[in-house]
Write a protein that binds this ligand. Structure first.
Ligand code: AMP
Length: 201
């Protein structure tokens, strides 16, 4: 299975990807995670990407495409946060055949509320809510807020989503690949909707 998880930042793609990885043993390819990993290791790629990530802009297509091109397996993967532009989608189409695209639908106000309370574990990467936990509920690690999860950057990321990424909804609908999912609810409720889509299509 080759899947794309599409949706605004904070729509829950990463949370659903973790559940999908467990159930279907799919490789989770998150371009945002790859950039953050590179940034922690202070690689040239990470330092270059940081300039754009810090202000909520997209990293230039050429950089992202090269990075994804190097890592894409033949099969058994889900892409989270890629593609984000039509040029990236066209590039992907040349590399591989996609089986399904799942769009996670959440409105902007809900996104701002979710992201401004979102924290990540430094040790295991679990994403949770600042009001619910002081330490990581899975491993006890320290929780931190991503630099780009502050309100002004969130607003920028949402604007970029509407201006550059939302066009992919039509792109994949035209190709008969798109399924829309209401992404309001608990992670398990949303996961049930995802499974229903994947197993009934
Ligand atoms: P994410 O974790 O998916 O929200 O990504 C965090 C940031 O990484 C984004 O705001 C962008 O600056 C950058 N980024 C991640 N994926 C892409 C992509 N496919 N194209 C361009 N920039 C990206």
């Amino acid at each position: 299975m080759r899947l794309i998880l599409l949706g605004a930042p904070g729509a829950g793609k990463g949370t659903q990807a973790a559940l999908l990885r467990e159930k279907y043993k799919l490789e989770h390819i998150s371009t945002g995670d790859i950039f953050r990993q590179n940034l922690r290791e202070k690689t040239p790629l990470g330092l270059e990407a940081k300039k754009y990530m810090d202000i909520g802009h997209l990293v230039p297509d050429k950089i992202v495409m090269e990075m994804v091109g190097e890592r894409l397996p033949d099969d058994g993967f889900m892409l989270d946060g890629f593609p984000r532009t039509v040029a990236q989608a066209e590039f992907l189409e040349m590399l591989t055949k996609i089986d399904a695209v799942i769009l996670f639908k959440v409105d902007d106000d809900e996104i701002v509320q979710r992201l401004s309370s979102r924290v990540t574990c430094r040790d295991c990467g679990k994403v949770t809510n600042v009001y619910a936990h002081k330490k990581c509920p899975d491993c006890g690690g320290e929780l931190y807020q991503r630099d780009d999860d502050h309100e002004d950057t969130i607003r920028n990321r949402l604007r970029v989503f509407h201006e550059q990424t939302e066009a992919l909804v039509e792109y994949y609908r035209k190709r008969g690949l798109l399924t829309e999912i209401d992404a309001i609810g608990t992670p398990d409720e949303i996961f049930d909707r995802v499974i229903e889509t994947l197993e009934h299509d």
